[in-house]
Design a protein around this ligand. Structure first.
Ligand code: HEC
Length: 109
């Protein structure tokens, strides 16, 4: 019984310890609220093409977007790229920044 309880508790502990700040490999940390905001913007504007929670790797696998290329992300999202429309007019700069927080830390839960 003791072991069973401990086993059930493990995922909870893992979640709690990761819930503080997600550390991007580039060295910048994002507040959970900013990542969440990015997830919401993503759900509204990006899922039609990139799939729910970046789950459409056929188009462009956003989960594999290089974490060190923030400027490229901001530029591509703001100005568009080939088949992707520009988002500058529809999204505020801080929303695009939140998208970067979401995409660069990955959707892990
Ligand atoms: C109308 C469909 C469509 C929507 C909506 C869309 N994208 Fe894209 N996106 C694309 C296509 C197509 C590409 C591949 C462009 C290429 O390299 O040919 C792409 C590529 C990208 C890339 C890679 C750019 C690069 O530098 O290689 C990023 C980052 C990206 N999208 C982010 C987003 C974000 C964030 C949103 C929501 C604001 C979004 N996309 C919404 C179609 C879309």
């Amino acid at each position: 019984m003791f072991f069973l309880k401990w086993f059930l508790l493990l995922p909870v502990l893992a979640f709690a310890s990761g819930a503080g700040y997600a550390q991007a490999p580039g060295g910048s940390a994002f507040a959970p609220a900013q990542i969440q905001r990015g997830a919401n913007v993503f759900a509204n504007f990006c899922t039609p093409c990139h799939g729910e929670r970046m789950g459409n790797p056929e188009l462009f696998n956003l989960r594999e977007f290089p974490k060190s290329e923030r400027d490229r992300f901001i530029n591509s999202v703001s100005n568009g790229k080939n088949g992707m429309p520009p988002w500058r007019g529809q999204l505020k700069p801080d929303e695009i920044e939140a998208l970067w927080a979401y995409v660069s830390t990955g959707d892990k839960d």
